[in-house]
Design a binder for this molecule. Structure first.
Ligand code: B12
Length: 344
């Protein structure tokens, strides 16, 4: 089987790819699959469908993937059953928060690849990228020969997890919808990655900072806060999200407590009567127009908080359920209760 190449025929796009023994993928001249070969269809991303002859698929994965180590079936944080290696060492992260957790656990050297969106710590930017978190390249993931891929509903599509599963590459799902859940998810990932003690340490430090914020803001009046995940259309946070929980822990009342879903849309007509005391925007290139733009936008300019310039940009750490979520908590507490909770 050694040195045999696997041909992956792309049906919708004209080029096709060959995966060599060294797992490098190179576009080649268009060809058609050999006649009479049974083929499995695999969806690489939403646009591209490929046909892989089933007889060579298993063989190719045997060549491409690292020698199979002992695995155990575990439930991931999203409830999927995943065959995880006893001791994973070749990791690929599909989300910025996960990349940050991997580094915080001291596993930066075992991270074979991450996404274009993974920019912290700075070393993460130097890792091979597998594409964007929403639409990663399956070819690039396979080429990195991961023994475990780490993904999350807070960034990735379920389809990506399913595609990898069909290729026999385990994806362990990480998720959290509260601040405490974020700490628990870090601890759980520590166990999966053989870094339980490091994870406990990270979590203990985070918890101590959470407790300090809670003490400082205790008994203070709680402002009503709108968090703008996306402004056109307006997308805010549902009550069962880690962001809403950080806002509550920082001493605020999130607008949208009665909304359904995690990232609900809100019309400006619905928002106006709710009259938020403060409006928060994440400081992220793609998310944030300037404050001045809001002051001129129809609907927005009628909000009292916009008229009185009670709008604040908060660090993108608020968008990432990872070790820096407590940075966001401290920052928010400082904005909501100036003087009571200075940033550490
Ligand atoms: C809401 C939202 C978020 C939410 C996450 C929700 C989500 N899953 O999308 C929050 C606020 C956490 C977020 C964070 C970030 N986001 Co965002 N976000 C959006 C936004 C505004 C809407 C996306 C949406 O509608 N999601 C709803 C649906 C698709 O997601 P969902 O309900 O959660 O359902 C999916 C999951 O549940 C998943 N799923 C279900 N079960 C399971 C199980 C497993 C194991 C897995 C893997 C998945 C999975 O499958 C479902 C469908 O695919 C888009 C912009 C836009 N207008 O589209 C940007 C967008 C997706 N975000 C973006 C970015 C860059 C980020 C950040 C990197 C920003 C930053 N600077 O930190 C962070 C990364 C967070 C992290 N994990 O580290 C970019 C992505 C760019 C790209 N090409 O990849 C977008 C497109 C904005 C933009 N134009 O730049 N984001």
């Amino acid at each position: 089987m050694a040195n045999k190449a696997l041909n992956i025929f792309q049906v919708r796009k004209t080029n096709w790819l060959s995966v060599q023994n060294n797992a490098k993928l190179t576009p080649e001249t268009p060809k058609t699959p050999p006649r009479g070969v049974a083929a499995a269809r695999i969806c690489l991303n939403s646009q591209v469908r490929v046909r892989i002859p089933t007889c060579v698929l298993a063989a190719a994965l045997w060549v491409l993937l690292p020698a199979s180590a002992a695995t155990r079936a575990v439930k991931d944080q999203t409830g999927r059953v995943v065959n995880v290696p006893e001791s994973p060492h070749r990791l690929v992260s599909l989300a910025p928060n996960i990349t940050e957790i991997v580094y915080a656990l001291g596993l930066g050297d075992e991270l074979e690849g991450d996404t274009d969106n993974c920019d912290f710590p700075p070393q993460a930017k130097l890792k091979p990228h597998v594409g964007t978190m929403v639409n990663p390249s399956l070819e690039r993931i396979v080429a990195l020969k991961p023994d475990l891929v780490l993904g999350t509903p807070e960034a990735n599509r379920r389809e990506t997890a399913d595609q990898l599963e069909r290729l026999g590459i385990p994806l362990y799902g990480v998720t959290a919808n509260t601040l405490a859940g974020t700490l628990a998810s870090i601890e759980d990932l520590g166990k999966i990655l053989g870094r339980a003690a490091e994870a406990r340490n990270v979590v203990a430090q985070m918890q101590a900072r959470v407790d300090r914020v809670k003490t400082r803001i205790a008994g203070r009046p709680k402002p009503k806060v709108l968090f703008v995940v996306w402004y056109r259309p307006l997308i805010t946070v549902g009550p069962h999200t880690f962001i809403a929980d950080v806002m509550r822990t920082a001493g605020g009342i999130p607008i949208g407590e009665d909304l359904k879903g995690e990232w609900p849309r809100l019309s400006l007509e619905e928002l106006l009567p709710q009259d938020p005391d403060l409006i928060l925007f994440p400081e992220s290139e793609s998310f944030s127009p300037s404050k001045q733009e809001f002051q001129n936008l129809p609907g927005w300019k009628d909000l009292q908080a916009v008229k009185e310039n009670r709008m604040f940009f908060v660090s993108e750490t608020i968008l990432r359920p990872g070790p820096r979520l407590v940075d966001a908590l401290e920052e928010l507490a400082g904005i909501l209760h100036p003087g009571a909770a200075p940033r550490e």
